[in-house]
Design a binder for this molecule. Sequence first.
Ligand code: NZQ
Ligand code: ZN
Length: 387
Amino acid sequence: MKFDFNYYNPTKIYFGRTALDNLSGELSGYGKTVLLMYGKGSIKKLGLYDKVVEILKNAGKTVVELSGIKSNPSYSQLLEGVRLVRENNVDLILAVGGGSVIDCAKGISVSAYCDEDPWKKYWVDFKDVDNRIVPVGSILTMAGTGSEMNGGSVITNEDEKLKNGRVFPPQVNPKFSILNPEYTFTVPAYQMSSGIFDTMSHLMEQYFSGDDDNTTDYILEGVMRSLIHSAGIAVKDSQNYEARSNIMWCATIGLNTVTGLSKEQDWEVHMIEHQLGAYTDCAHGAGLAAISVPYYKYIYKSGIDKFVRFSQNVWGINTDSMTREEAAEAGIEKLGEFIKELGLPSTLKELGATEDMLPLIARSTIPGGGYKKMNSDDILKVLKESY
Ligand code: NZQ
Ligand code: ZN
Protein backbone atom coordinates (compact mmCIF):
# COMPACT_ATOMS: atom_id res chain seq x y z
CA MET A 1 0.00 0.00 0.00
CA LYS A 2 1.32 3.38 -0.91
CA PHE A 3 1.09 6.57 1.07
CA ASP A 4 1.66 8.82 -1.93
CA PHE A 5 -1.25 10.86 -3.17
CA ASN A 6 -2.27 14.07 -4.87
CA TYR A 7 -5.18 15.89 -3.37
CA TYR A 8 -7.10 18.56 -5.23
CA ASN A 9 -10.70 19.56 -4.66
CA PRO A 10 -11.70 22.84 -6.27
CA THR A 11 -15.32 23.02 -5.02
CA LYS A 12 -15.98 26.12 -2.96
CA ILE A 13 -18.47 25.37 -0.17
CA TYR A 14 -20.88 27.92 1.33
CA PHE A 15 -22.48 26.33 4.39
CA GLY A 16 -25.23 27.55 6.71
CA ARG A 17 -28.52 29.39 6.96
CA THR A 18 -27.37 32.37 4.89
CA ALA A 19 -25.34 30.43 2.35
CA LEU A 20 -27.61 31.46 -0.53
CA ASP A 21 -26.45 35.07 -0.08
CA ASN A 22 -23.27 34.03 -1.88
CA LEU A 23 -25.00 33.01 -5.08
CA SER A 24 -25.04 36.41 -6.76
CA GLY A 25 -21.31 36.87 -6.13
CA GLU A 26 -20.60 33.51 -7.69
CA LEU A 27 -22.81 34.24 -10.71
CA SER A 28 -20.71 37.28 -11.57
CA GLY A 29 -17.89 34.94 -12.57
CA TYR A 30 -19.82 33.41 -15.48
CA GLY A 31 -21.41 34.51 -18.75
CA LYS A 32 -25.01 35.50 -19.35
CA THR A 33 -26.84 32.22 -19.90
CA VAL A 34 -27.65 29.83 -17.07
CA LEU A 35 -29.25 26.40 -17.37
CA LEU A 36 -31.33 26.04 -14.20
CA MET A 37 -31.89 22.37 -13.42
CA TYR A 38 -34.13 20.85 -10.78
CA GLY A 39 -36.22 17.80 -9.95
CA LYS A 40 -39.93 17.17 -9.79
CA GLY A 41 -41.00 20.20 -7.83
CA SER A 42 -39.74 20.00 -4.25
CA ILE A 43 -37.77 23.25 -4.73
CA LYS A 44 -41.00 25.06 -5.57
CA LYS A 45 -42.71 23.82 -2.41
CA LEU A 46 -39.64 24.87 -0.48
CA GLY A 47 -39.87 28.41 -1.89
CA LEU A 48 -36.31 28.05 -3.13
CA TYR A 49 -37.20 28.19 -6.82
CA ASP A 50 -38.59 31.75 -6.52
CA LYS A 51 -35.56 32.93 -4.56
CA VAL A 52 -33.08 31.48 -7.03
CA VAL A 53 -34.93 32.85 -10.06
CA GLU A 54 -34.99 36.30 -8.47
CA ILE A 55 -31.25 36.20 -7.80
CA LEU A 56 -30.62 35.08 -11.39
CA LYS A 57 -32.86 37.87 -12.71
CA ASN A 58 -31.17 40.51 -10.58
CA ALA A 59 -27.82 39.29 -11.86
CA GLY A 60 -29.05 39.94 -15.41
CA LYS A 61 -28.95 36.29 -16.46
CA THR A 62 -30.91 34.65 -19.23
CA VAL A 63 -32.41 31.52 -17.72
CA VAL A 64 -33.08 28.28 -19.57
CA GLU A 65 -34.80 25.58 -17.51
CA LEU A 66 -34.54 21.80 -17.38
CA SER A 67 -36.95 20.43 -14.79
CA GLY A 68 -38.38 17.04 -13.86
CA ILE A 69 -35.00 15.38 -13.36
CA LYS A 70 -35.94 12.06 -11.86
CA SER A 71 -34.34 10.19 -8.99
CA ASN A 72 -31.77 7.94 -10.61
CA PRO A 73 -31.42 10.41 -13.51
CA SER A 74 -31.88 9.00 -16.97
CA TYR A 75 -29.60 9.26 -19.97
CA SER A 76 -32.48 10.63 -22.06
CA GLN A 77 -32.81 13.57 -19.66
CA LEU A 78 -29.06 14.09 -19.87
CA LEU A 79 -29.35 14.28 -23.67
CA GLU A 80 -32.15 16.82 -23.35
CA GLY A 81 -29.77 18.93 -21.25
CA VAL A 82 -27.04 18.55 -23.88
CA ARG A 83 -29.43 19.90 -26.49
CA LEU A 84 -30.36 22.90 -24.33
CA VAL A 85 -26.72 23.72 -23.56
CA ARG A 86 -25.72 23.66 -27.21
CA GLU A 87 -28.76 25.50 -28.55
CA ASN A 88 -28.51 28.27 -25.97
CA ASN A 89 -24.76 28.44 -25.60
CA VAL A 90 -25.09 27.97 -21.85
CA ASP A 91 -22.31 29.45 -19.67
CA LEU A 92 -23.19 27.86 -16.32
CA ILE A 93 -25.33 24.91 -15.27
CA LEU A 94 -26.97 25.58 -11.91
CA ALA A 95 -28.24 22.36 -10.31
CA VAL A 96 -30.75 22.80 -7.49
CA GLY A 97 -31.67 19.56 -5.75
CA GLY A 98 -30.25 16.29 -4.51
CA GLY A 99 -27.63 13.98 -5.95
CA SER A 100 -29.74 13.11 -8.98
CA VAL A 101 -29.95 16.67 -10.25
CA ILE A 102 -26.28 17.38 -9.54
CA ASP A 103 -25.09 14.11 -11.09
CA CYS A 104 -27.14 14.81 -14.19
CA ALA A 105 -25.71 18.36 -14.38
CA LYS A 106 -22.15 17.00 -14.33
CA GLY A 107 -23.10 14.45 -16.97
CA ILE A 108 -24.45 17.23 -19.21
CA SER A 109 -21.36 19.31 -18.50
CA VAL A 110 -18.98 16.75 -20.01
CA SER A 111 -21.34 15.52 -22.73
CA ALA A 112 -22.45 18.80 -24.31
CA TYR A 113 -19.33 19.20 -26.42
CA CYS A 114 -18.40 15.54 -26.73
CA ASP A 115 -18.03 14.47 -30.38
CA GLU A 116 -18.49 10.77 -29.65
CA ASP A 117 -21.45 8.94 -28.11
CA PRO A 118 -21.18 10.27 -24.52
CA TRP A 119 -22.73 7.18 -22.90
CA LYS A 120 -20.20 4.87 -24.50
CA LYS A 121 -17.26 7.19 -24.05
CA TYR A 122 -17.81 8.17 -20.42
CA TRP A 123 -20.02 5.59 -18.72
CA VAL A 124 -19.02 2.40 -20.55
CA ASP A 125 -15.42 2.89 -21.74
CA PHE A 126 -14.58 5.31 -18.86
CA LYS A 127 -12.42 7.46 -21.13
CA ASP A 128 -10.77 10.70 -19.98
CA VAL A 129 -12.50 14.01 -20.53
CA ASP A 130 -10.79 15.78 -23.42
CA ASN A 131 -13.54 18.12 -24.56
CA ARG A 132 -14.90 21.41 -23.27
CA ILE A 133 -16.45 21.19 -19.78
CA VAL A 134 -19.40 23.47 -19.03
CA PRO A 135 -19.07 24.73 -15.43
CA VAL A 136 -21.59 23.51 -12.84
CA GLY A 137 -22.69 25.16 -9.59
CA SER A 138 -25.02 23.49 -7.09
CA ILE A 139 -27.55 24.28 -4.41
CA LEU A 140 -28.05 21.15 -2.36
CA THR A 141 -31.47 20.29 -0.95
CA MET A 142 -30.95 16.72 0.22
CA ALA A 143 -27.93 15.24 2.00
CA GLY A 144 -26.44 11.87 1.17
CA THR A 145 -24.53 11.38 -2.04
CA GLY A 146 -21.68 13.88 -1.66
CA SER A 147 -22.23 14.84 -5.30
CA GLU A 148 -21.96 18.52 -4.28
CA MET A 149 -18.20 18.18 -3.79
CA ASN A 150 -17.07 15.42 -6.09
CA GLY A 151 -16.86 14.47 -9.75
CA GLY A 152 -19.29 11.55 -9.49
CA SER A 153 -22.06 11.15 -12.02
CA VAL A 154 -24.35 8.12 -11.86
CA ILE A 155 -26.65 7.84 -14.87
CA THR A 156 -29.31 5.27 -15.71
CA ASN A 157 -29.56 4.15 -19.30
CA GLU A 158 -33.11 2.87 -19.28
CA ASP A 159 -32.90 1.26 -22.74
CA GLU A 160 -29.87 -0.79 -21.74
CA LYS A 161 -31.02 -1.44 -18.15
CA LEU A 162 -27.71 -0.16 -16.84
CA LYS A 163 -27.10 2.27 -14.02
CA ASN A 164 -23.45 3.23 -14.44
CA GLY A 165 -21.47 5.63 -12.33
CA ARG A 166 -18.09 7.15 -12.76
CA VAL A 167 -15.96 9.73 -11.06
CA PHE A 168 -14.78 12.49 -13.35
CA PRO A 169 -11.61 14.47 -12.54
CA PRO A 170 -11.94 17.42 -10.13
CA GLN A 171 -12.30 19.86 -13.04
CA VAL A 172 -15.85 18.50 -13.37
CA ASN A 173 -16.74 19.00 -9.68
CA PRO A 174 -19.21 21.78 -9.00
CA LYS A 175 -17.27 25.06 -8.93
CA PHE A 176 -19.31 26.08 -5.91
CA SER A 177 -21.96 24.42 -3.76
CA ILE A 178 -24.44 26.11 -1.48
CA LEU A 179 -25.39 24.00 1.54
CA ASN A 180 -28.16 25.21 3.81
CA PRO A 181 -29.23 22.40 6.18
CA GLU A 182 -32.64 24.08 6.58
CA TYR A 183 -33.48 23.07 3.01
CA THR A 184 -33.39 19.45 4.11
CA PHE A 185 -36.17 19.94 6.71
CA THR A 186 -38.80 19.16 4.06
CA VAL A 187 -37.14 15.96 2.80
CA PRO A 188 -39.58 13.08 3.52
CA ALA A 189 -38.43 10.79 6.37
CA TYR A 190 -37.78 7.85 4.06
CA GLN A 191 -35.62 9.96 1.74
CA MET A 192 -33.75 11.46 4.68
CA SER A 193 -32.98 7.98 5.99
CA SER A 194 -32.00 6.82 2.54
CA GLY A 195 -29.53 9.71 2.28
CA ILE A 196 -28.13 9.02 5.74
CA PHE A 197 -27.56 5.39 4.90
CA ASP A 198 -25.99 6.31 1.56
CA THR A 199 -23.41 8.35 3.47
CA MET A 200 -22.87 5.52 5.97
CA SER A 201 -22.32 3.18 3.06
CA HIS A 202 -19.77 5.51 1.42
CA LEU A 203 -17.82 5.56 4.66
CA MET A 204 -17.95 1.77 5.01
CA GLU A 205 -17.00 1.18 1.37
CA GLN A 206 -13.84 3.19 2.00
CA TYR A 207 -13.19 1.70 5.45
CA PHE A 208 -13.53 -2.02 4.78
CA SER A 209 -10.41 -2.56 2.74
CA GLY A 210 -6.70 -2.33 3.42
CA ASP A 211 -4.89 -3.02 6.66
CA ASP A 212 -2.42 -0.17 6.95
CA ASP A 213 -2.20 2.09 9.96
CA ASN A 214 -3.76 4.92 8.06
CA THR A 215 -5.03 8.31 9.29
CA THR A 216 -7.89 8.01 6.80
CA ASP A 217 -9.36 5.07 8.75
CA TYR A 218 -9.43 7.16 11.92
CA ILE A 219 -11.16 9.99 10.05
CA LEU A 220 -13.70 7.49 8.71
CA GLU A 221 -14.44 6.17 12.20
CA GLY A 222 -14.97 9.70 13.48
CA VAL A 223 -17.31 10.65 10.65
CA MET A 224 -19.29 7.39 11.08
CA ARG A 225 -19.72 8.09 14.80
CA SER A 226 -20.90 11.62 14.16
CA LEU A 227 -23.32 10.46 11.47
CA ILE A 228 -24.81 7.69 13.65
CA HIS A 229 -25.19 10.11 16.55
CA SER A 230 -26.88 12.85 14.51
CA ALA A 231 -29.05 10.36 12.61
CA GLY A 232 -30.47 9.19 15.94
CA ILE A 233 -31.50 12.76 16.71
CA ALA A 234 -32.85 13.58 13.24
CA VAL A 235 -35.13 10.54 12.99
CA LYS A 236 -36.91 11.76 16.13
CA ASP A 237 -36.67 15.48 15.46
CA SER A 238 -36.42 16.19 11.74
CA GLN A 239 -36.20 19.96 12.30
CA ASN A 240 -33.10 19.78 14.48
CA TYR A 241 -30.72 22.16 12.74
CA GLU A 242 -27.60 20.94 14.50
CA ALA A 243 -28.26 17.30 13.60
CA ARG A 244 -29.20 18.13 10.00
CA SER A 245 -26.04 20.24 9.69
CA ASN A 246 -23.85 17.42 10.92
CA ILE A 247 -25.54 14.95 8.60
CA MET A 248 -25.10 17.28 5.64
CA TRP A 249 -21.42 17.85 6.34
CA CYS A 250 -20.77 14.15 7.02
CA ALA A 251 -22.30 13.44 3.60
CA THR A 252 -20.11 16.03 1.89
CA ILE A 253 -16.81 14.99 3.42
CA GLY A 254 -17.83 11.35 3.22
CA LEU A 255 -17.27 11.36 -0.52
CA ASN A 256 -15.15 14.38 -1.37
CA THR A 257 -12.13 12.05 -1.66
CA VAL A 258 -10.55 13.08 1.66
CA THR A 259 -12.01 10.00 3.35
CA GLY A 260 -10.53 7.75 0.68
CA LEU A 261 -7.02 9.13 0.47
CA SER A 262 -4.29 6.57 0.21
CA LYS A 263 -6.73 3.75 0.87
CA GLU A 264 -7.75 0.59 -0.86
CA GLN A 265 -11.54 0.66 -1.15
CA ASP A 266 -14.36 -1.80 -1.69
CA TRP A 267 -17.50 -0.36 -3.43
CA GLU A 268 -19.09 -3.75 -4.18
CA VAL A 269 -22.26 -2.86 -2.24
CA HIS A 270 -22.62 0.17 -4.50
CA MET A 271 -22.00 -1.86 -7.65
CA ILE A 272 -24.75 -4.28 -6.65
CA GLU A 273 -27.14 -1.47 -5.67
CA HIS A 274 -26.65 0.34 -8.95
CA GLN A 275 -27.88 -2.70 -10.86
CA LEU A 276 -30.65 -3.26 -8.32
CA GLY A 277 -31.64 0.34 -9.05
CA ALA A 278 -31.55 -0.26 -12.81
CA TYR A 279 -34.13 -3.05 -12.32
CA THR A 280 -36.30 -1.59 -9.55
CA ASP A 281 -35.66 2.21 -9.62
CA CYS A 282 -35.47 2.06 -5.80
CA ALA A 283 -34.06 4.90 -3.67
CA HIS A 284 -30.28 4.47 -3.74
CA GLY A 285 -29.68 4.48 0.03
CA ALA A 286 -32.59 2.14 0.67
CA GLY A 287 -31.11 -0.34 -1.80
CA LEU A 288 -27.75 -0.11 -0.05
CA ALA A 289 -29.43 -0.76 3.30
CA ALA A 290 -31.01 -3.99 2.08
CA ILE A 291 -27.72 -5.33 0.70
CA SER A 292 -25.22 -4.23 3.36
CA VAL A 293 -25.76 -6.65 6.26
CA PRO A 294 -25.84 -9.80 4.08
CA TYR A 295 -22.80 -8.53 2.17
CA TYR A 296 -20.72 -7.84 5.28
CA LYS A 297 -21.73 -11.15 6.83
CA TYR A 298 -20.54 -12.80 3.61
CA ILE A 299 -17.12 -11.13 3.51
CA TYR A 300 -16.14 -10.32 7.10
CA LYS A 301 -13.95 -13.36 7.69
CA SER A 302 -11.63 -12.13 4.93
CA GLY A 303 -10.97 -8.89 6.84
CA ILE A 304 -11.87 -9.80 10.38
CA ASP A 305 -9.49 -7.42 12.17
CA LYS A 306 -11.14 -4.40 10.59
CA PHE A 307 -14.61 -5.67 11.47
CA VAL A 308 -13.55 -6.11 15.12
CA ARG A 309 -12.18 -2.57 15.03
CA PHE A 310 -15.50 -1.37 13.52
CA SER A 311 -17.38 -2.93 16.46
CA GLN A 312 -15.07 -1.31 18.98
CA ASN A 313 -14.35 2.11 17.50
CA VAL A 314 -17.56 2.89 15.63
CA TRP A 315 -20.19 1.21 17.82
CA GLY A 316 -18.32 1.37 21.13
CA ILE A 317 -18.83 -2.35 21.85
CA ASN A 318 -16.73 -3.91 24.61
CA THR A 319 -15.46 -7.06 22.91
CA ASP A 320 -13.22 -8.30 25.77
CA SER A 321 -15.23 -11.43 26.48
CA MET A 322 -15.97 -12.26 22.83
CA THR A 323 -14.23 -14.44 20.28
CA ARG A 324 -12.95 -12.58 17.21
CA GLU A 325 -15.90 -13.83 15.17
CA GLU A 326 -18.38 -12.74 17.82
CA ALA A 327 -16.70 -9.37 18.08
CA ALA A 328 -16.83 -8.85 14.32
CA GLU A 329 -20.45 -9.98 14.07
CA ALA A 330 -21.51 -7.69 16.91
CA GLY A 331 -20.72 -4.61 14.79
CA ILE A 332 -22.63 -5.98 11.81
CA GLU A 333 -25.60 -6.65 14.12
CA LYS A 334 -25.45 -3.01 15.25
CA LEU A 335 -25.46 -1.94 11.63
CA GLY A 336 -28.66 -3.95 11.14
CA GLU A 337 -30.23 -2.24 14.16
CA PHE A 338 -29.22 1.15 12.74
CA ILE A 339 -31.02 0.29 9.48
CA LYS A 340 -34.16 -0.57 11.48
CA GLU A 341 -33.90 2.63 13.49
CA LEU A 342 -33.77 4.55 10.21
CA GLY A 343 -36.93 2.76 9.07
CA LEU A 344 -35.25 1.41 5.94
CA PRO A 345 -36.02 -1.93 4.30
CA SER A 346 -33.85 -4.90 5.05
CA THR A 347 -34.98 -7.04 2.12
CA LEU A 348 -34.93 -6.62 -1.64
CA LYS A 349 -38.53 -7.81 -1.83
CA GLU A 350 -39.64 -4.66 -0.04
CA LEU A 351 -37.92 -2.65 -2.77
CA GLY A 352 -39.87 -4.28 -5.57
CA ALA A 353 -37.30 -6.85 -6.65
CA THR A 354 -38.58 -10.21 -7.83
CA GLU A 355 -36.74 -13.52 -7.61
CA ASP A 356 -36.22 -13.78 -11.36
CA MET A 357 -34.39 -10.44 -11.33
CA LEU A 358 -31.64 -11.68 -9.02
CA PRO A 359 -29.52 -13.57 -11.61
CA LEU A 360 -29.92 -10.67 -14.05
CA ILE A 361 -28.75 -8.19 -11.41
CA ALA A 362 -25.85 -10.47 -10.43
CA ARG A 363 -24.71 -10.94 -14.02
CA SER A 364 -24.80 -7.23 -14.84
CA THR A 365 -23.05 -6.07 -11.65
CA ILE A 366 -19.39 -5.14 -11.99
CA PRO A 367 -17.52 -7.63 -9.77
CA GLY A 368 -14.82 -6.27 -7.50
CA GLY A 369 -14.70 -6.09 -3.75
CA GLY A 370 -12.18 -5.26 -1.06
CA TYR A 371 -11.22 -7.90 1.48
CA LYS A 372 -12.91 -10.59 -0.58
CA LYS A 373 -12.77 -10.62 -4.36
CA MET A 374 -16.31 -11.14 -5.59
CA ASN A 375 -17.53 -12.91 -8.72
CA SER A 376 -21.06 -13.21 -10.13
CA ASP A 377 -21.78 -16.35 -8.09
CA ASP A 378 -20.77 -14.58 -4.86
CA ILE A 379 -22.95 -11.61 -5.80
CA LEU A 380 -25.92 -13.87 -6.49
CA LYS A 381 -25.49 -15.49 -3.06
CA VAL A 382 -25.51 -12.06 -1.40
CA LEU A 383 -28.59 -11.07 -3.40
CA LYS A 384 -30.41 -14.24 -2.36
CA GLU A 385 -29.52 -13.57 1.28
CA SER A 386 -30.79 -9.99 0.87
CA TYR A 387 -33.99 -11.08 -0.83
O1 NZQ B 1 -37.44 15.61 -7.54
P1 NZQ B 1 -37.74 16.44 -6.35
O2 NZQ B 1 -39.11 16.99 -6.36
O3 NZQ B 1 -36.70 17.50 -6.12
O4 NZQ B 1 -37.74 15.45 -5.05
C1 NZQ B 1 -36.58 14.79 -4.59
C2 NZQ B 1 -36.60 13.30 -4.91
O5 NZQ B 1 -37.90 12.80 -5.00
C3 NZQ B 1 -36.63 14.76 -3.07
N1 NZQ B 1 -36.06 15.95 -2.45
C4 NZQ B 1 -34.82 16.46 -2.59
N2 NZQ B 1 -34.66 17.55 -1.80
C5 NZQ B 1 -35.86 17.74 -1.19
C6 NZQ B 1 -36.74 16.73 -1.60
N3 NZQ B 1 -38.02 16.66 -1.15
C7 NZQ B 1 -38.42 17.57 -0.27
N4 NZQ B 1 -37.61 18.58 0.19
C8 NZQ B 1 -36.34 18.68 -0.25
N5 NZQ B 1 -35.54 19.65 0.23
O6 NZQ B 1 -35.86 13.65 -2.69
C9 NZQ B 1 -35.97 12.65 -3.69
C10 NZQ B 1 -34.61 12.05 -3.93
O7 NZQ B 1 -33.74 12.97 -4.54
P2 NZQ B 1 -32.42 12.44 -5.25
O8 NZQ B 1 -31.66 13.61 -5.77
O9 NZQ B 1 -32.75 11.36 -6.20
O10 NZQ B 1 -31.65 11.74 -4.02
P3 NZQ B 1 -30.13 11.54 -3.73
O11 NZQ B 1 -29.51 12.80 -3.29
O12 NZQ B 1 -30.07 10.38 -2.84
O13 NZQ B 1 -29.47 11.15 -5.15
C11 NZQ B 1 -29.52 9.83 -5.63
C12 NZQ B 1 -28.71 9.65 -6.89
O14 NZQ B 1 -27.31 9.94 -6.67
C13 NZQ B 1 -26.51 8.82 -7.09
C14 NZQ B 1 -27.46 7.66 -6.82
O15 NZQ B 1 -27.06 6.47 -7.46
C15 NZQ B 1 -28.76 8.21 -7.35
O16 NZQ B 1 -28.82 8.11 -8.76
N6 NZQ B 1 -25.22 8.80 -6.37
C16 NZQ B 1 -24.31 9.75 -6.66
C17 NZQ B 1 -23.04 9.75 -6.12
C18 NZQ B 1 -22.02 10.77 -6.43
N7 NZQ B 1 -22.28 11.73 -7.26
O17 NZQ B 1 -20.91 10.71 -5.93
C19 NZQ B 1 -22.60 8.70 -5.22
C20 NZQ B 1 -23.73 7.91 -4.63
O18 NZQ B 1 -23.19 6.66 -4.20
C21 NZQ B 1 -24.88 7.67 -5.55
O19 NZQ B 1 -24.63 6.55 -6.38
ZN1 ZN C 1 -23.98 5.99 -2.60
